[in-house]
Design a protein around this ligand. Sequence first.
Ligand SMILES: NC(=O)c1ccc[n+]([C@@H]2O[C@H](COP(=O)([O-])OP(=O)(O)OC[C@H]3O[C@@H](n4cnc5c(N)ncnc54)[C@H](O)[C@@H]3O)[C@@H](O)[C@H]2O)c1
Ligand SMILES: [Zn+2]
Ligand SMILES: [Zn+2]
Length: 338
Amino acid sequence: MKAAIIKKKRVLSVEDIDKPRIAGNEILVKVKASGVCGTDVHVYEDEVPIAKLPVIPGHEFSGEVEAIGGDVKDVKVGDRVAVEPNLFCGQCHFCRTAKKHFCENWAAVGLTRSGGFAEYCAVPRQAVYKIEDKLGFNEAAFFEPVACVLHGIERSQLKAGDTAAVMGAGSIGLIYVQALKALGVKNVISCDIDDKKLKIAKGLGADRALNTKTDDVVGIVKDMTGGLGVESVIDAAGAKATLSMAFSLVQNCGSVVVFGVPTEPMEINMYDIYRREISVVGSFTNPYTNEQALKLLAAGRIKFDQILTHAVSIDGVEAAMIKMRDKTETVIKAQIRF
Ligand SMILES: NC(=O)c1ccc[n+]([C@@H]2O[C@H](COP(=O)([O-])OP(=O)(O)OC[C@H]3O[C@@H](n4cnc5c(N)ncnc54)[C@H](O)[C@@H]3O)[C@@H](O)[C@H]2O)c1
Ligand SMILES: [Zn+2]
Ligand SMILES: [Zn+2]
């Protein structure tokens, strides 16, 4: 089979290797669509310590069951599936207290073991979720990011009728906009620095799309909310500028969700937290949101045609990752198709 292997920092080679063999509790997935994530680019740059090179990356994929191990009873050859890359032991303190995303024996497809940048990928039974026939493979490859977004929404404590600001209109921000609308959030304000992305956000249902460089974001948001600010600001940019702006956009007792990976340390005014009862909450991965993500995907509530800017073959994945790294083109989302 063909596989894209990151051999060492900035060296990716597409090679013909043996199909993986599966253990009793494993499933061999014939990969159909495999999303390229910023994390894969960080692995390519050898910046992810838990991903020991060489590794086949790829943790956002869907496909068809090609073979099942002897102990697998409830999945059959030919089933259409999406893969949950995070693997949990079920036995540690965190797994036993409903916080499996902090599993002490955590492993991940595409990081600590071979992932979906290959024609076939072996995964444990626990990683496999069957998908409905009407859900396309390209859409199903967004299973993990959609599930992460749903965890962020849980962390925000947003309710139907509320107003939210989403900082960043990359692939994640654009999923947030649509998921928030689908869940009944009344006003969703999308913010970015790229007018092309803001136009897409508007088309996907954002009530306002604001440029943090050229619009008076704080003034407009205050106007839209009767001077109060939004119930929640979800940061899907990871920038110091958006995270600091969040405190001027959020209303008293509201939440700031740190979802984007912050790239530099910053100071928070603790007086705000105290006096305005602002909750600053982190959101890490997708614990217990997979089933909901599948329902949202199957309902067709999230559209991906404008998010999927680059469909590539496995031979084109390195070039796509370099474009993402160097920002020489607007790559909202690249996906390998098999
Ligand atoms: N918490 C989790 O579980 C989880 C899961 C997946 C991704 N992430 C993180 O979420 C973030 C978003 O992911 P993505 O794939 O959409 O990334 P992306 O880089 O495609 O999107 C980030 C967006 O933020 C915008 N941005 C940057 N500076 C800005 C500013 N000052 N004002 C407004 N917008 C600004 C960029 O223009 C870009 O459109 C990343 O940090 C990613 O690592 C977190
Ligand atoms: Zn990812
Ligand atoms: Zn565990």
